[in-house]
Write a protein that binds this ligand. Sequence first.
Ligand code: FO1
Length: 315
Amino acid sequence: MKITALAGGVGASKLLLGLTRAMDPRDLTVIVNTGDDIVLHGLYICPDLDIVTYTLAGSVNPQTGWGLAGDTFHTLKALARYAGEQWFHLGDRDLATHIHRTDLLWRGQPLAQVTDGIRREWGVASRILPMCEHPVPTTLLTNLGELHFQEYLVQHRAEPSILDIRFEGVESARPAPGVLEALREADGILICPSNPLISIGPILAVPGVREAIWERRDRCVAVSPLVGGKSLKGPSDKMLAECLIEPTSCGVALLYEDVASVLVIDPSDSPLCPDIIERGMRPVLLPSIMHTDADKERLARGVLSLFDELNAARA
Ligand code: FO1
C-alpha cells in the first residue's frame, strides 16, 4: 500500500516514524511544509524538512524533537561575537546540513533534488518532498507587527496575538516535482497531526494540491493535533482560537472537511463525535498521544488498518 503524508515538523514526525516501522518505508512519501523556511546567516534553513529527515534517520534530538541528538553549539557561540546573541539555535552538526543545502541551491540545484540527496545521505528510505521549490514564507500579522513564523514561534515564544496569516507568494508557487503524482498514485493520503493553520495550511494552499486531495477525499485520513482542546505540540490551540476557529478537533474538522473523509481523534474526545459527523467527516477513535515509540507505532498501525478498510470498501 502506497501512502502519501502531508507533514509539518515535530508532531508529524512522531507518526511518520511509527509508520516507517509499521509498513515498508519505501512505500511512504512525505510532502513537507516549507512555509517555516528561513534564511539566517546567509544559510537556507528548512526546519520541517530537516525534522522529518533527522527523525526518520533516528538522529533527531529526542528532548526537543528538532536538531540533532548530542549536537553542540560552538559555532553559534562564536558567532555571538559578531552578530550578538542568537535566538534560533543552530547546532554545529545541523549547520553542516544548512551549509550543504545552501551551497547546492546557489549552484542551481532545485530544492526537491537537494532534499532527496540529503535524505539519502541520512539513509532514509521514505521519499521526502518539499511542498514547492519556490520560497513561500509564512508571515503573521500580529499585535507586534509583521513577523516571520520563526520570529513569532521561537523569538517571541508564540506570545503575540495573531491578526492574519499569509503564505507569501503562494499563488504563484507550483507543487514540487513528484507532489501531485504522489497524491494521485497513493492508496492512502494521510494528513499528519500538525498545526492545521501553519503546517498543513501552506501545503494545501499550493495551487493544485488541495484540488488533488479533494478528488481523492474518500482515501484521505487526517489525524487531529488536538486532544481535549490542547495542542499535542506547539501553539495550534492558541492560534486557532485567535483565528476564531474552535480550538478542538471540531475546529480541525472545519478546516479539513473538504479534503479528508475521516478524522482520527483521541478516545478522550469522543463527545465531539456528533459535531464531527455533522461536518461530514467520520470520526475514528484512536489513542493519539505519542510519548513512546510503541505509542507511535500503535497509532500508525491503527491508521494503516483504516486505509485497508477504506480500500476494501471501495473495491
Ligand atoms: N525551535 C525552537 O523552539 N527554538 C530553536 O532555537 C529552534 C531551532 C531550530 C533549528 C533547526 C531546526 O531545523 C529547527 C529548529 N527549531 C527550533 C524548530 C522549529 O522552529 C519549529 O519547530 C518548526 O519550524 C515547526 O515545525
